[in-house]
Design a protein around this ligand. Structure first.
Ligand code: HEM
Length: 401
């Protein structure tokens, strides 16, 4: 191709050709990169694992095994005729793992979209991964981190390496036995409130039986407790986070198991707009709580001037760091960091515990003999009083549950 570079009359034409060329090359690079990501890399990774004797379900362009997982899960649910209670929940929760480990052995390689995942089932290998704090094993993959970011932010549970170490050092004192014991009052108040509420419902209904959705009730209970532990006096505002995180959780679960084209989350779809709205409201609520706390701390003195809850603990640690000035290599949390930690503790603290309590109650309901044993023990040890530390230590059957 010949281009007349110095012809004044054709200057515009040459420029157009050059722009087109640049665009063409840029487009070519993007496409080539994309092809490498979605085809070449998975192919190489697959071959490298196969050379070590590790196989797995075949990779499908872009979607990996996401559609296979959906298919296996829905066929398992459709064919599940056995509705009896069983501790063997693996078949219902992660049937693709069970199926593929039988077919391909342990470990096996599968694909979350274009991301390779190595599945292991041997417990000593799991220990090796979970106990490893040297940073060789990433806690959470980038693709998952993008999706869960609205709920956890970059909180402790997803932090790695140096950041994880510093955060752990910061939070560990907050979970010393003495501190946990001091939270007992908060737990008692919230549980008694729930009990009163259930009694009231029975009285209002004028029957001895009232149907309640136990899981929802326990979610409210644990959200109330964590809200008081993290936000103390600002717990009412904190509870709004619970409602917002419930919706975020549903959207996140949907996004985790569905395939979306790269960049999809930036499109102004209804669900993306809702996600942004929720994220903004969580952020604004937490910023407001923090701002109020900082303002009222200005009129206080003493070690608890920021409050004796988790938020106060973070603000006070940050304040102490500022006192060192630049002399100490300090780890200081930014406003965004504090917001992320609040989001993460709030979610990690209420979702896990409410599921555990629901599961325990469900098992007790299906094992009436154990229920009676526990009731008899509680009656005998507690004598209709709220158990203190000593009484808790005597509850043998309860601690077995
Ligand atoms: C039944 C209750 C709970 C269960 C089953 C549970 C389970 C877990 C598991 C499996 C991990 C990952 C451990 C790892 O990566 O090595 C974890 C981490 C974590 N959990 Fe829980 N959890 C529960 C309650 C709580 C509560 C009440 C809180 C906060 C108040 C909490 C906060 C955290 C935090 C901050 C981490 C990250 C720790 C770190 O990476 O250093 N969890 N939890």
């Amino acid at each position: 191709m010949v281009i007349k570079l110095f012809s004044s009359g054709d200057g515009g034409g040459v420029q157009h050709i050059l722009v087109l060329l640049v665009l063409f090359v840029a487009f070519g690079i993007v496409v080539a990169k994309w092809v490498v990501e979605i085809w070449w890399k998975p192919k190489c990774i697959k071959q490298a694992f196969e050379a070590q004797g590790i196989t797995g379900p075949s990779y499908k362009l872009l979607v990996g095994n996401l559609l296979d997982i959906k298919k296996i899960m829905s066929s398992t649910m459709a064919s599940a005729t056995d509705r009896t209670l069983s501790h063997k929940i693996g078949q219902r929760v992660d049937s693709h793992f069970l199926l593929w480990s039988k077919v391909f052995g342990d470990p096996f390689l599968f694909w979350w979209g274009t991301e390779p995942r190595l599945a292991i089932t041997k417990s000593d290998w799991m220990k090796e991964v979970l106990l490893n704090k040297g940073g060789q094993y990433e806690k959470i993959a980038l693709s998952v981190r993008c999706v869960t970011k609205d709920i956890f932010g970059d909180g402790l549970a997803v932090a790695d390496g140096e950041k994880w170490f510093e955060l752990r050092r910061l939070f560990t004192p907050f979970f010393y036995v003495g501190k946990i014991k001091a939270m007992k009052g908060v737990m008692e108040t919230s549980i008694l409130q729930l009990m009163d509420d259930w009694h009231e419902q029975v009285e209002r209904a004028r029957t001895s039986i009232v149907e309640v959705d136990v899981h929802k009730e326990l979610q409210k209970l644990t959200a109330e407790i964590i809200s008081r532990t993290v936000f103390g006096s600002s717990h009412r505002e904190g509870r709004r986070i619970f409602e917002l995180q419930r919706i975020q959780q549903r959207l996140t679960m949907e996004a985790l198991v569905s395939f979306k084209l790269p960049g999809y989350r930036y499109l102004p779809t209804a669900s993306n707009r809702l996600k942004q709205k929720l994220k903004k409201e969580v952020h604004n609520t937490l910023s407001r709580i923090m701002k109020n706390r900082l303002e009222s701390a200005q009129h206080e003195t003493g070690p608890d001037k920021f409050g004796d809850d988790l938020l106060g603990h973070m603000l006070s640690a940050n304040d102490a760091m500022s006192q060192y000035g630049s002399k100490k290599p300090s780890f200081k949390l930014s406003t965004e960091d504090i917001i992320d930690q609040c989001k993460m503790f709030f979610f990690a603290g209420h979702e896990t515990t409410s599921l555990l309590l629901t599961w325990a109650l469900m098992l007790l309901a299906s094992n009436p003999d154990w229920q009676q044993r526990l009731q008899a023990e509680v009656d005998q040890v507690c004598q209709n009083e709220i158990p203190d530390e000593e009484a808790l230590g005597q509850l043998k059957y309860v601690s077995n549950v």
